[in-house]
Design a protein around this ligand. Structure first.
Ligand SMILES: *Cc1c(COP(=O)(O)O)cnc(C)c1O
Length: 371
């Protein structure tokens, strides 16, 4: 009998899978580690999902999520053929890799045709998607303050491949929270020949979005999700907007029923009650600025944020130690072991009450370590 391990492709055996933030089931835990929204979806969304839970669960959902794509097209002022919906935007990011990038060593492929490129640090799923496809990976360091280097600087450094098959840009950036202007991104996409995905998972908390670039430039796709800003992580609904030819390629590669029926219904109902969510964005942005001021007053270095999380360097002890001390007080935040990030904690902006609980815990730990 062969050993089961030997039946697995070498590429898969060598894979370092993505590490999601923990979802522990601990009572009373304050979860500030995965950038979930602290507020419930609109009551209208909950009603719509409840009303759909009956014998119809035996039927397949709409394979191309037509009603939802029509709603999204109206919302963004485009046509449904410029929209594809996925099982979370993560699915669409994976489809982009499979649709636009040749595996390295494929017949007739060149280095650039096989390259998935992204800035570092950014969303840590990207290298996993590239590796699982057998693509070449290019990780391009961000500049001072997690900013995007100028096109001139990118040309000079030689790190950036202007012909890479796929460039993934997290904007606003995660995990730093840095925001990028539309014109900065326009400069970058103008200089780039391959497909560029602008991953706007956090854009509803930012000052500016770059959706217009997907309408102005046929090689640009904008990625959005209902998960973070629209309190719908559980349902897994994300979407891409862009040129019908690129969107059509992704449709050709996706599973027939890639978006579950309750997810489609929840997302459609979300679009019918946007004011509910806009009130939440304002509250989260207010809490974000309050947290930032209070943590800075205790000597923490807190970066400006255009997202629903704050990137902080705690004072008095290492980020790793703070992670453990906060966890002992039932507050979960995110720490990344990668050397360039290990000094930082990423803290989701929760509700007003969660922010106060975090500040109380930080004050208590501070007294303990200084006393
Ligand atoms: C959360 C997140 C996503 C994934 O969102 P889903 O739609 O839930 O799959 C994509 N990109 C970034 C940068 C994220 O933080």
């Amino acid at each position: 009998m062969p050993r089961p391990q030997s039946l697995v492709r070498p590429l898969v055996r060598a894979l370092h899978p993505y590490t999601p933030g923990e979802q522990p089931r601990v009572r009373g835990l304050i979860k500030l580690n995965t950038n979930e929204n602290p507020y419930s979806p609109s009551p209208k969304v909950l009603d719509a999902v409840r009303a759909a839970v009956d014998g119809r669960l035996r039927l397949y959902p709409d394979p191309s999520a037509d009603r939802l794509r029509e709603g999204l097209a109206r919302f963004h002022g485009c046509e449904p053929r410029q929209v594809i919906v996925g099982n979370g935007s993560d699915e669409l990011l994976a489809l982009a890799v499979r649709s636009f990038v040749e595996p390295a060593g494929a017949h007739g492929s060149t280095e650039s045709r096989s390259t998935v490129q992204f800035f570092s640090p950014s969303y840590s799923l990207y290298p996993v998607l590239a590796a699982s496809h057998g693509a070449s990976v290019r990780s391009v360091p961000l500049a001072e303050g997690f900013s995007i280097p100028s096109v001139g600087a990118l040309r000079k450094s030689g790190c950036f491949d202007f012909r890479a098959a796929l460039t993934l840009v997290t904007t606003p950036n995660a995990p730093s929270g840095a925001g990028y202007s539309r014109e900065t991104l326009r400069g970058l996409v103008r200089a780039t020949k391959g497909v560029v995905v602008l991953d706007e998972a956090y854009v509803d908390f930012a000052e500016e979005d770059a959706l217009q670039l997907a309408f102005d430039h046929p090689h640009v796709l904008v990625s959005r999700t209902f998960s973070k800003a629209y309190s719908l992580c559980f349902q897994r609904v994300g979407y891409f907007i862009g040129h019908p030819d690129l969107i059509g390629a992704l449709h050709a590669m996706r599973d027939s029923y890639n978006v579950n029926g309750l997810g489609q219904i929840a997302a459609e109902a979300t679009l019918r009650d946007l004011p509910h969510y806009r009130r939440g964005f304002s509250r989260i942005k207010r809490t974000r600025e309050h947290l930032r001021t209070e943590l800075a007053a205790m000597g923490w270095e807190v970066l400006p944020s255009q997202t629903n999380f704050l990137m902080c360097q705690p004072a008095g002890a290492s980020a790793r130690e703070w992670l453990e001390w906060l966890r002992e007080r039932k507050i979960l935040v995110r720490w990344f072991s990668a050397p360039e990030l290990s000094k930082w904690l990423r803290i989701t902006v929760g509700s007003e009450a969660e922010a106060e609980a975090l500040l109380r815990a930080v004050r208590m730990v501070r007294e303990t370590i200084s006393g």
